[in-house]
Design a protein around this ligand. Structure first.
Ligand SMILES: Cc1ncc(COP(=O)(O)O)c(C=O)c1O
Length: 323
């Protein structure tokens, strides 16, 4: 565990993927955020938010999340010695509740059929002035924390990449990546945001030319399951010089997870598989053939990770999608 003295996240490696560089005709670099202790990049931003709040007198935290944000919040609170309450919708798998209680010492409350109901309850619970409400993605301190991964990447990569590939749910990760790219002088590097069909609120918003709320989350990539992107995400996606929003099928995201497990021996969620699908599939070539992306000699993929994929679940999806 981190000590609570410094940042709560780990500096993760950026490695060149030999299998993916062989498969594609460019060098593929992987920022391995799956190696963070709570299993995903979320600890960077949520850790930053909670740590700052603790320094300003916060005595407890409440977060509504049945996924990686909840795990990151519980881990951050435990490291700082603050009690955490995580509110989960009824649909959350039992092993997540067990993990939160047993490994992270959090109080777990099951409330609401969907996240919006759990979130409303969490917001009401955190009315006390010494209690911090932790949103899963929509806060400047979260984006600031996530941006640290780009500062690391710039030190770790042998070259400036020709493209950065990142998954989008509500957009907290993308905000951090784009802000980080600006900080390190990579504003001219194209960025491809990846979503799955049925979890594609940013793509729908960009197509509509305004922020829209999608009716439902039907994708298996539940961690990308925000109905509406953050306003900041919509703004940054439009202002980044070369930005491309791409949507892949669940089948492609799951296939990428399976191939990644074989190639690199890491188990990640379809939320992360969506980004990996860009390099396992033909996303870059498609953009290039439409004249939207220049020559690519190197690509940086943010391997955002995720703790909610079990081997059994991946095998079920493999059978479902005939992979
Ligand atoms: C593994 C994983 N990848 C990507 C995302 C998307 O992040 P954001 O909601 O910040 O866009 C999430 C969100 O929970 C996640 O857990």
């Amino acid at each position: 565990m981190a000590s609570g003295e410094g940042p709560l996240h780990m500096v993760t490696p950026t490695i060149q993927s030999m299998p993916l560089s062989k498969l594609t005709d460019y060098d593929v670099y992987l920022k391995l955020e799956n190696l963070q202790i709570p299993g995903s990049f979320k600890i960077r931003g949520i850790g930053n938010l909670i740590k700052k709040a603790a320094q300003h007198g916060c005595k407890k935290i409440v977060c509504a999340s049945g996924g990686n944000a909840g795990l990151a919040a519980a881990y951050a609170a435990k490291t700082l010695g603050i009690p955490a309450t995580i509110v989960l919708p009824q649909s959350t798998p039992g092993f997540v509740a067990d993990k939160l209680r047993n490994e992270y010492g959090a109080e777990v409350l099951i409330h609401g059929k969907v996240w919006d109901e759990s979130n409303k309850f969490a917001t009401e619970m955190s009315k006390d002035s010494d209690c911090l409400y932790v949103h899963p993605f929509d806060h400047p301190d979260i984006w600031e924390g996530h941006s640290s991964m780009m500062e690391e990447a710039t030190q770790q990569m042998p070259c400036k990449p020709d493209v950065v590939i990142v998954s989008v749910g509500g957009g907290g990760l993308l905000n951090g990546v784009l802000m980080g790219m600006k900080k390190v002088g990579w504003s001219d590097v194209p960025c491809i945001s990846m979503e799955t069909v049925g979890g594609d609120c940013l793509n729908a918003s960009l197509k509509a030319g305004k922020i829209v709320t999608i009716p439902d989350i039907t994708s298996v990539a539940k961690s990308l399951g925000a109905l509406t992107p953050s306003a900041k995400t919509f703004e940054l996606a439009q202002s980044h010089e070369k930005f491309h929003s791409v949507v892949v099928e669940d089948k492609e995201a799951v296939s990428a997870c399976l191939r990644f497990a074989d190639d690199h021996r890491f188990l990640v969620e379809p939320a992360c598989g969506a980004s990996l699908a860009a390099v396992y599939g033909s996303v870059l070539q498609d953009l290039q053939s439409r004249g939207k992306l220049g020559d690519v000699k190197s690509a940086l993929v943010i391997v955002c990770g995720g703790s909610s994929s079990t081997l059994k679940q991946l095998q079920t999806w493999r059978d479902l999608f005939n992979l």
